[in-house]
Design a protein around this ligand. Structure first.
Ligand code: NAD
Length: 248
């Protein structure tokens, strides 16, 4: 570990008026929630992510997609925030008005660690929504679901789907606008546990850098946006964040 990089991030975390964190699946890995790559292993390795995380894939096989999400929901419910989530929320409370957390994660671990105002770019895996507006113009009502199948509307057959952003879908506009604003305003951006492969979230590091922020990447492995970083810290979220943020 480059000790001078650790010291530089600590010093900036202590004095910056605005700090923005962009977190990805690696943030929750030490809580036992698989990253996207890990979630595609085992039983699911023969599927293309687009078959499991797209509207097209859901329409082609709702039961399969529902089952994959059921497994992931269970992992999220069973998980607890790790030392990284806790260090961030503690830092945010200590330095009031300084921290914005923007997450690509669909779990609720930043929130449960004590940061309910976390900006979610990719939705909430523990919530569901209707696949399409009810064609009758009335509100859909859940019918009894067959085991292993997503629930349907009793009237029109509309399906419930997880309230996450799938491949090819737009990000929630308000969340993305708030995230861009935080990226432009911050003096320090910490990019934690993201491969940098999913856009437009990955572009927030470049937005911050262009606006004059220092960017630190925290990841045990190389990411696709390492070239945006002033400091690349090779380590895990639960080890590095307490070290970097247990400051003033
Ligand atoms: P990703 O799965 O593409 O990449 C995970 C990154 O985390 C990798 O770069 C990996 O090296 C790093 N990593 C692994 N363990 C780590 C640790 N302990 N500490 C720090 N970093 C670690 O994840 P992504 O970039 O977030 O993009 C995948 C998409 O999948 C996102 O859109 C996200 O919504 C979704 N996803 C979310 C969750 C979740 O909510 N927990 C889990 C899986 C996937």
């Amino acid at each position: 570990m480059a000790e001078d990089a650790v010291a530089a991030v600590q010093a900036l975390a202590r004095r910056a008026d605005r700090v923005c964190v962009l977190s990805g699946a690696g943030m929750s890995a030490e809580s036992g929630i698989p990253t996207f790559r890990d979630a595609m292993s085992g039983l699911w390795s023969r599927f293309d992510p687009a078959q499991l995380a797209s509207e097209e894939g859901f329409r082609a096989n709702p039961a399969r997609v529902w089952a994959w999400y059921a497994e992931r929901k269970q992992a999220v419910r069973a998980a607890q925030p790790n030392a990284g989530h806790v260090a961030l929320a503690d830092y945010g409370r200590r330095r009031s008005g300084v921290l914005t957390i923007v997450t690509q994660n669909v779990d609720d671990l930043h929130q449960r660690a004590g940061w309910p105002q976390t900006i979610r770019l990719h939705g909430d895996i523990l919530a569901d929504r209707w696949l399409q507006p009810c064609p009758s113009g009335r509100a859909c009502a859940v019918a009894q679901a067959l085991p292993g199948e997503p629930p349907r509307c009793a009237d029109c057959g509309n399906l419930l789907r997880p309230a996450v952003v799938w491949f090819g879908e737009m990000l929630p506009e308000d969340a993305m606008a708030s995230a861009e604003q935080a990226a432009r305003a911050c003096e320090l951006m910490l990019v934690v546990g993201t491969s940098g492969a999913v856009w437009p979230a990955a572009g927030l590091a470049a937005v911050a850098r262009r606006a004059g922020a220092k960017v630190a990447i925290l990841n045990p492995d190389a990411s696709e946006i390492d070239d945006q970083a002033h400091w690349v810290l090779r380590g895990t979220a639960a080890v590095l964040l307490p070290r970097l943020l247990d400051v003033g």
